[in-house]
Design a protein around this ligand. Sequence first.
Ligand code: ATP
Ligand code: MG
Ligand code: MG
Ligand code: MG
Length: 366
Amino acid sequence: SKLRVGLLFGGRSGEHEVSISSARAIALALSAEQNASKYEILPFYIQKDGRWLAGEVPQQVLGSGIGHLESQNSTPEEQNHLVSNPQTQTINRWQSPSQVAEVDVWFPILHGPNGEDGTIQGLLTLMQVPFVGSGVLGSAMGMDKIAMKMAFEQAGLPQVKYKALTRAQIWSNPCVFPKLCDEIEETLGYPCFVKPANLGSSVGIAKVRSRQELEAALDNAAGYDRRIIVEAGVVAREVECAVLGNEPAQASVVGEITFDSDFYDYETKYTEGKADLVIPAAIPDAVSRQIQDMALQAFAAVDAAGLARVDFFYVEATGEILINEINTLPGFTATSMYPQLWAHSGISFPELVDRLIQLALERHSQ
Ligand code: ATP
Ligand code: MG
Ligand code: MG
Ligand code: MG
């Protein structure tokens, strides 16, 4: 009989629409000829208010244009602000539909908080059913940019200088705040990047060039997350490597992202034609090999499993390779970097999805 795959998508984060697009592509791949006889899809749609829906509605969301990025009337910034704003984050609306019990293996394709950060992974672990991707630790470490950077540091992976802050330091103490800003200016300088520690798709990230911009960006980032990171800005090419497997995992060819914008912000990521993927990246073989090696080290450093996309800065002038971050549930539409990197490494989209499910089963049985 067919294995029932619980495709879990949507979610309460600012990356809700991205998740729908990813889920759509995965559902298509599971229905492809080579997978259709093996798998049956049970879609579960998590609404923005946190409610889980099974059956008709998720099928419709997967099949229709709902969730298409341009068709949304509120921006992801607004949606995410609503979700993670401390004043509005009150009720836990988790309710499981009865179909949950029928799932043989879960495929959570949720991005950002409540999906990529270990919370869903904890729930699925308690349910004792296999699921695709990293467990609680790997997900949480991979989501929080501060914890992630500490793990990378321990693993000896080179990265930019950074400073970790909390919302309380930014909001609650008018005496501390100017000193914090002084310190950032002295140690990191301009331009620097202010980021909520637990987000993705560049939501809440600002590139700042002055004291005034720094203060505004810190205040804004504190609206998204309790934990905030400020990083020294680098001028570099942006290259990414996909990882697939448990232990040992394998690394894909390296790809580059090119764009004209100031940095790889939300608009550049999701507006058709604003960014190009160059696969394989036009970089020396030795650099590619080093990036692949670093990607596998990063994967192990945070205890990731199944899949991850690891992002790097390549400073061409000096040959320096700096790790930027790991994403344990990367964008998964047909045109996303993660499946594209594997396509260029000889693994088709349907085969990739099949492998990920098999890896979930393998990990569960160990
Ligand atoms: P993703 O969608 O990949 O999960 P994210 O929201 O986790 O992204 P980052 O990858 O940390 O965000 O940063 C987004 C983009 O901002 C980078 O791709 C890069 O263009 C720019 N950027 C971030 N940090 C730096 C830095 N320290 N120096 C230069 N550019 C940076
Ligand atoms: Mg990220
Ligand atoms: Mg991400
Ligand atoms: Mg990134």
